[in-house]
Design a protein around this ligand. Sequence first.
Ligand code: GUN
Length: 292
Amino acid sequence: MTLIDGKLISKQVKEELKIEVDKIIAEGGKIPHLAAVLVGDNGASETYVASKIRSCEQIGFKSTLVRRDANATEEEVLEIIDELNKDEDIDGFIVQLPLPDHINVDKVIEAIDPKKDVDGFHPINIGRMAKGLPAYVSATPYGVLELMKRYDIETSGKHCVVVGRSQIVGLPMSILMQRNAYPGNCTVTLTHSRTKNLKEITLQADILVAALGKPEFITEDMVKEGAVVIDIGLTRVKDDSKKSGFALKGDVKFDEVSPKASFITPVPGGVGLMTVASLMHNTLLASKGEIY
Ligand code: GUN
């Protein structure tokens, strides 16, 4: 079994980006600039956004954080987006999800200029990705592809089973894994909460991608010997023994599944760290105008 080290790879990716940014700056080019919009006081979102801002600082990007409290109206958020769309210094921006319930998330995402949508959530970017056209690919699935590449994981002709159909992870993951590209060329099955006989299907997976957000849902009896197991789950579970009061749990019961796997990502230390690295990658692409 090979443990896929997301900590190491995300560090490598960020170092590579830093080298590129240093060169751009030395040549007098534009410093990449990422903005993040954070509405409300969701603890996990605060942590994620802080990590994105910190990564910008480490790599040498400029960053801007726009914060509003949970009472912000949809109109106010749409106004912020309009300003960021127009701001020529900002290459890309994200609106951290989830948004408070009174704000229509689809309306907000569709208001983002696709050229600045470094999260790859806009329907235009999802459509372009599905067609295999240049597009911003959402950060978590992109991070998984990067891990597969850097560990030389074979994907062509393999059966990839994705568990979970979220718009930002499960769905794009399934589209990417069937593309005529590397990583890709898989036969893909996308499963979800209404899937019957889930275990029969996961047992056929050469590559199993767990992205349903249910801690330790995937157990040893659901995994084929030698499978590649990618755990995208990241749920905060109450744990009084921890200083923070919670522990992070993946969707895979790691201790019992790992002996069966050929490759496996741990939680924490796996896919999660790659999400931020991929967002930084997309921001650099935006700044260089390489997608649009
Ligand atoms: N919420 C959970 N993951 C993400 C992400 O990748 N981007 C944004 N904007 N919000 C999220």
